[in-house]
Write a protein that binds this ligand. Structure first.
Ligand code: 9MR
Ligand code: 9MR
Ligand code: ZN
Length: 532
């Protein structure tokens, strides 16, 4: 078999495919001619359990469409060589957020066949006092379920807005959303939809509630049919830390377009920061009567670090600087970009803020850790025929997020050093997401000839339409799957890269989330800007 990026390659890019189970290959132009052929020596690959080799066809630069065959006659997915090869993927991966909108109807002129009615307009009640209700209108559904969670939302916004700070031009797309043509760039209008909901999660004293979901997951129904009441769970320092950071970051980005809104965001950020400074850790566990997602996290030091870096950028507040310096003495991960560990966002704030603002010493300490991690990833990628950065045990629930976070780390390492080997390694991670994997699948709906089709996504199951909405990233293989479609019994003899089921029931391998799409937006935006 030959696995490769089904979204294709830029003409000047380094182009790798992975050959397994056979030693010879032929590259065909779709027009009919044979472009290249060769022999490879296979080597065992732990992640896929296959004997595999790299096919390097970087010298093929003519635009057009192509496919490979192996010596046994197996045909690979078709792919293009073209400068615009990621355009469709970039558009769809951002438009995904519009399809996750809660609290408004998706009209046909923006949503096409996926149009649907408004959902979850009834507000929510406070867990500690059921008589207190809040509007709780708007925001993005977190995932295949209809919950809305602050830490998850802030992290998704973090991926997109740091991308916007670094390469705004690449993200100026007409998204065909209701706000298109207004005073904000479309992508910022889309993010505002989430920011506004998160603003509502803050109390007067600055604390921010962790999540707003029904007590239990609803069935596989359209969102407007879900009439379960929403409960707003207590304030957590995790949500408040992420909130302070994302609001401060957003206030700077939106100021150019809307002063008043930027002031609102900045004030909300300061209130959250003041709450954080006054309060100890309030971590989060689901209250006993609530069974939806937890986003549990046993440590808020990294959330406080992220908040401190952005508050320092906002107000050059000495307290914030002191907190950054004290956190740097602890051993916390300074490149993580997930919903639990957010230290990497603190580093991105420092990178974007610059050495002049933060001081040479602090800047150097944070970027060096980042580059160390990028080097570690590069080392792993050089050692296997998928040029892949994960090891078998790292295929956790949502392994594709780890892959995409690694792509982000490598993109930023490239920005810091201009060393092309980082960009190549980032690209290999995108290659994996778009089909260079032992499932032979593109993990983005609608992108590539062999894209996965059955996400654990309630509207996709309930809308009666065969094709899933395009642009959604699957969670991907899970070394310890735990649902009825992918479970330890039917997966235990499979290698890590194949512990995946393209099955709607498989929430532990095939759900979608906003924060699995957002790092793809960052990586594709980066490539659009810097890979020319
Ligand atoms: O749909 C739910 C998904 O969003 C969660 O990630 C997952 C794990 O918490 O749970 C899914 O809901 C399932 C529930 O946990 C058990 N009963 C079946 C539900 C739908 O598959
Ligand atoms: O993405 C989360 C993953 O890292 C966890 O292992 C998993 C179980 O706690 O939960 C995932 O988050 C789910 C959330 O709890 C509810 N919405 C769907 C999310 C994706 O499956
Ligand atoms: Zn909704």
């Amino acid at each position: 078999m030959i696995y490769l990026n089904q979204a294709g390659f830029a003409p000047e890019a380094t182009k790798h495919a992975t050959l397994t189970g056979d030693t010879s290959y032929t590259l065909h132009a779709n027009a009919g001619s044979i472009v290249k052929s060769g022999e490879c020596t296979l080597k065992h690959d732990d992640n896929s359990g296959e004997d595999a080799a790299i096919i390097d066809f970087s010298e093929i630069k003519a635009t057009g469409s192509y496919y490979f065959t192996d010596g046994k006659g197996n045909k690979s997915a078709e792919f293009v060589i073209d400068n615009n090869h990621y355009d469709e993927a970039l558009f769809a991966s951002i438009k995904m957020f519009y399809f996750q909108r809660c609290g408004m109807a998706l009209e046909e002129k923006y949503a096409g066949v996926y149009a649907r009615k408004a959902c979850h307009c009834g507000g929510g009640y406070m867990l500690h006092d059921k008589s207190i209700r809040r509007k709780m209108l708007g925001g993005w559904h977190d995932a295949g379920d209809y919950g809305r969670y602050v830490t998850a939302g802030a992290v998704a916004l973090g991926h997109i807005l740091y991308g916007y700070e670094m390469f705004p031009d690449a993200l100026q797309l007409d998204l065909n959303i209701p706000e298109s043509g207004g005073n904000l760039p479309d992508i910022l209008a889309e993010c505002k939809y989430e920011l506004d909901w998160i603003l509502d999660m803050q109390d007067e004293d600055g604390g921010v509630h962790h999540k707003c979901t029904s007590q239990n997951f609803c069935g596989f129904i359209m969102p407007d049919e879900d009439d379960l009441d929403m409960v707003i769970t207590p304030v957590s320092s995790l949500a408040t830390g992420d909130f302070a950071a994302i609001m401060a970051l957003a206030s700077r980005i939106y100021r150019k377009y809307d002063e008043a809104y930027a002031d609102t965001l900045a004030d909300a950020a300061r209130k959250a920061w003041n709450w954080l400074v006054k309060n100890p850790s309030f971590l989060f566990e689901n209250p006993s009567e609530v069974t939806t997602g937890t986003y549990e996290d046993m440590c808020d030091t990294d959330e406080r670090l992220w908040a401190a870096t952005e508050i320092y950028r906002l107000d050059k507040n000495e307290d914030a600087k002191r907190i950054i310096l004290s956190v740097l003495e602890l051993r916390i991960n300074l490149y993580a970009l997930g919903w639990a560990d957010v230290g990497g966002f603190g580093t991105l704030a420092v990178i974007n803020g610059g050495a002049e603002l933060f001081g040479e010493d602090l800047y150097r300490r944070m970027t060096l850790k980042w580059l160390d991690e990028a080097d570690r990833l590069k080392g792993i990628a050089e050692s296997n025929a998928f040029n892949f950065t994960l090891r078998p045990a790292e295929f956790t629930w949502g392994s594709n997020m780890v892959v995409l976070m690694n792509a982000m780390i490598l993109c930023v390492a490239h920005k810091l050093t201009q060393d092309k080997s980082y960009l190549d390694t980032a690209q290999y991670q995108l290659d994996y997401i778009f089909g260079r994997n032992a499932m032979d699948l593109s993990y983005v709906t609608g992108i590539g000839e062999r894209a996965f089709k059955h996400p654990h996504l309630r509207p996709t199951e309930a809308d009666g339409i065969d094709e899933p909405i395009p642009g959604f990233v699957s969670g991907g293989p899970n070394f310890r799957p735990c649902d009825e479609a992918a479970n330890p019994d039917n997966m235990s003899d499979k290698p890590a890269m194949k512990r995946y089921a393209d099955d709607m029931r498989s929430y532990s391998t095939n759900e979608i989330t906003i924060y699995w799409n957002s790092p793809l937006v960052f990586a594709l935006g980066y490539f659009k800007e810097y890979s020319k």
